[in-house]
Design a binder for this molecule. Structure first.
Ligand code: SF4
Ligand code: SF4
Length: 149
């Protein structure tokens, strides 16, 4: 990983980032690749421990990143322009943190220069999630992880 000496995320607005800078903000936690459920009455969103079909739980990488949107219809399209669902991202996510004027934590790869710190700090879901093929859709509700605040 290239050391980030310019700390672009502290000096630029999210809308001013290059595509490369934008991509580098993803810490690889894979939390957004967990299934979410919405409570009908309140609209509250909950993340579950159940992971997307295409997630490799041991690496936290998408098995088909280039084709993900054609294969998984509710894959969150977190993009540089026009993304208006920041509130659906976990509080640890760099995109959400920066949109709320918070800085990156020590474990973020851009700070630590080490892609493993997100796992060592127990932020990522590496080896924690349950693959969706192991859970009946009606049972996903039994695997709530946390509520989106
Ligand atoms: S939650 Fe944010 S930081 Fe984590 S994988 Fe998703 S986009 Fe990347
Ligand atoms: S398709 Fe890939 S990027 Fe999208 S939620 Fe599934 S594992 Fe994550």
């Amino acid at each position: 990983m290239t050391p980030q000496n310019d700390r672009f995320w502290e000096t630029k607005d999210l809308s001013e980032l290059t595509s490369e800078e934008w991509e580098s903000l993803c810490d690889g936690c894979a939390i957004c690749c967990l299934h979410k459920i919405e409570e009908e009455k309140t609209g509250d969103i909950y993340y579950t421990y159940v992971s997307c079909l295409l997630l490799d739980n041991s690496t936290c990488r998408c098995k088909s990143y280039e084709n993900r949107f054609s294969q998984v219809k509710d894959c969150l399209k977190i993009k540089l322009k026009g993304f208006n669902r920041m509130h659906l991202l976990p509080e640890s996510c760099a995109y959400r943190r920066l949109s709320e004027s918070k800085n990156l934590e020590w474990w973020h790869p851009l700070i630590s220069n080490d892609p493993n710190t997100v796992h060592e700090a127990n932020i990522s879901i590496r080896d924690k999630a349950i693959p969706e093929e192991n859970v009946h859709p009606d049972e996903i509700i039994n695997f709530v992880f946390f509520k989106v605040e």
